[in-house]
Design a protein around this ligand. Structure first.
Ligand code: PLP
Length: 402
């Protein structure tokens, strides 16, 4: 008689860097009959999302909501600000920075890329040098990824603003906070960010399907000066709709709106600062465990300096084929799914199997992180991958000390 795999009991845990764990409250809020999209509850509910989204982004600016994933938010931000032939500067610290640049190129922009590799944050001196050399101010925007999910590098966006200001460069500062919003500390207005893009399926805990572009008055003026913007991507009517359908340029993402309402209630119920603190604590527990494992064996945190690490995602190196073997083992044996390594080696290159990532964004708590780490420990043992001892104790110590 075939035996049922033990992983088929209990609740599965998707610990990849997005989509993230969906809270039951969000699932419940979405489980309902189709609502009227012309009148009634949905209209007021949608209006109520706007101030609460802005409060998470820490901005008094505007927000446009779209049906789409993070890539859609990239395109939306560019479609409102960049004309064919304009130059954009991409200070890349991983696959997502490169990807935003590729999207800009596809829209006709000249893309100047400063590639800082996969293990270090942006070097502000090199960015300053590039901006200073741009005497004609051909660079219209700097496309900066706050947390690059492929490498788990967190960049200092406030320092990037200071760099632009120091050389008196007028380019728009655009930040990708798709991975970091609602996880890592981010202050759109205080840090002088002109445009910020986010998705709903990471720190905001909603199934994939909605994205957001936040923009300030300076960015709005750039949009107004554009010769044309596609009706679909235009952020003006979405941010200031005269009729409900203008939020969406068509049908609303009905059930996502209920889910997002529930998620924002959870986020603001906990408090944005408390949410950041929880993510920081759980991230430190993960790093402590990884440091212990790395004392003897191939496992290594991708980012050496804790100050440069995201609190939402952790990229790890473990040597091929250990990364894939570990992911397969925990998924098949204990119901835990870890993230693939992204952009670290080309698919098809055997080295591709030497990386994995942990998502710890959104609806996660101490016992889930201890389960995640315990599962990895079991996998390391089962596969005879050498590793240091004391990882779970180290993580428990971090969590116990709060
Ligand atoms: C997830 C992610 C994206 C892409 O989002 P999709 O929803 O997959 O299109 C872009 N940038 C960052 C930093 C991300 O984490």
């Amino acid at each position: 008689m075939p035996t049922t795999p033990i992983a088929s009991f209990g609740r599965d845990y998707l610990a990849i860097p997005g989509p993230s764990v969906i809270p039951d409250a969000v699932l419940r809020a979405m489980h309902r009959a189709a609502p009227n999209i012309y009148a009634g509850e949905l209209i007021d509910l949608t209006a109520s999302l706007v101030p609460d989204l802005k409060a998470v982004a820490r901005t008094q600016g505007d927000v446009a909501m779209y049906i789409g994933n993070g890539h859609a938010a990239w395109e939306a931000a560019l479609a409102n600000t960049i004309q064919p032939g304009d130059t954009v500067l991409v200070p890349a610290t991983g696959r997502f920075g490169i990807g935003w640049g590729e999207m800009a190129a596809g829209l006709g922009a000249e893309v100047e890329t400063l590639d800082f590799g996969k293990r270090a944050p942006m070097d502000m001196d090199r960015i300053a040098e590039t901006l200073r050399a741009d005497k004609a101010h051909k660079i219209k925007a700097v496309l900066a990824v706050h947390v690059d999910t492929s490498t788990s590098i967190r960049n200092d966006i406030a320092a990037l603003r200071a760099t632009l200001d120091a050389v008196e460069h007028p380019a728009l500062l655009m930040a990708d906070c798709i991975a970091s919003l609602g996880c890592d500390v981010f202050e759109m207005d205080a840090w002088g960010v002109d445009v910020m893009v986010a998705g709903c399926q990471k720190g905001l805990m909603v199934p994939p399907g909605m994205c957001f572009v936040f923009f300030n008055a300076k960015a709005a003026a750039v949009r107004t000066a554009m010769p044309r913007v596609s009706c679909y991507w235009d952020w003006q009517p979405r941010a200031n709709p005269e009729e409900f359908y203008m939020y969406w340029n068509g049908t609303a993402p009905t059930h996502h709106l209920y889910g997002l309402r529930a998620a924002l209630d959870m986020l603001h119920g906990e408090g944005v600062e408390a949410v950041w603190k929880r993510h920081a604590l759980l991230a430190r527990a993960i790093w402590a465990a990884c440091d212990a494992w790395g004392q003897a064996g191939p496992l290594e945190l991708n980012v050496a300096d804790p100050a440069d690490r995201s609190c939402a995602v952790t990229a790890l190196r473990i040597g091929a084929p250990n990364g894939t073997a570990l992911r397969d083992w925990v998924e098949q044996n204990i119901g835990l799914t870890l993230g693939i390594g992204l952009g670290m080696a080309a698919p098809g290159d055997p080295a591709w199997h030497g990386f994995f990532r942990l998502g710890h964004m959104g609806h996660v708590n101490g016992h889930m992180i201890m389960g995640l780490l315990g599962g990895i420990e079991a996998g390391l043992r089962a596969l005879d991958i050498p590793h240091g001892s004391g990882a779970l104790e180290a993580a428990a110590k971090v969590i116990s000390e709060g």
